[in-house]
Design a protein around this ligand. Structure first.
Ligand code: 5GP
Ligand code: ZN
Length: 137
């Protein structure tokens, strides 16, 4: 199994660091985040070390996503969450701090303090069109 000896999530997989596991299968493991956004905030990871969304294999991503959905159902069932956010941070600018691919599963409660990290507002149509042209050239 591919591991990085300097990676804290690989150390959790190896049992070298403690964690509170809520779900596990042969390829993935899910444990409670030590800095929870809301109660029950869970991190879901592949047991193999993959740096981020851009480098993880499709099948490993699929396995990790399937576990995240199981965890979302668990949180909704056991903690009475009324919604769930699934979040991946890819790259330091995008808030990634642990460079072992992971999905955050964040249960949402009626009165929790979380807000969207952007303010929805209509974009410039020309800019959107130009971006589309760049992406489809
Ligand atoms: P990122 O910022 O990379 O998207 O998310 C990394 C997450 O891992 C953070 O939410 C952080 O609180 C969590 N985390 C970092 N170190 C540990 C640890 O040793 N144990 C657990 N359970 N969570 C950790
Ligand atoms: Zn790792």
């Amino acid at each position: 199994m591919a591991q990085d000896p300097d990676c804290i999530f690989c150390k959790i997989v190896a049992g070298e660091l403690p964690s509170l596991v809520v779900a596990e299968d042969d390829r993935t493991i899910a444990f409670l985040d030590v800095n929870p956004a809301t109660p029950g905030h869970t991190v879901v990871i592949p047991k193999d070390h993959h740096r981020d969304l851009l480098t993880i294999d499709d099948d490993v991503l699929a396995a990790t996503t399937a576990t995240a959905r199981r965890v979302a159902a668990l949180l909704s069932d056991r903690l009475d969450a009324v919604g769930v956010n699934l979040l991946n941070n890819c790259g330091a600018q995008a808030w990634q701090t642990v460079f072992h691919f992971h999905l955050h599963v964040v249960p949402r409660y009626a009165s929790d303090p979380l807000t969207l990290p952007w303010v929805p507002a209509p974009g410039d149509r020309d800019e959107i069109t130009a971006t589309h042209a760049t992406l489809t050239a």
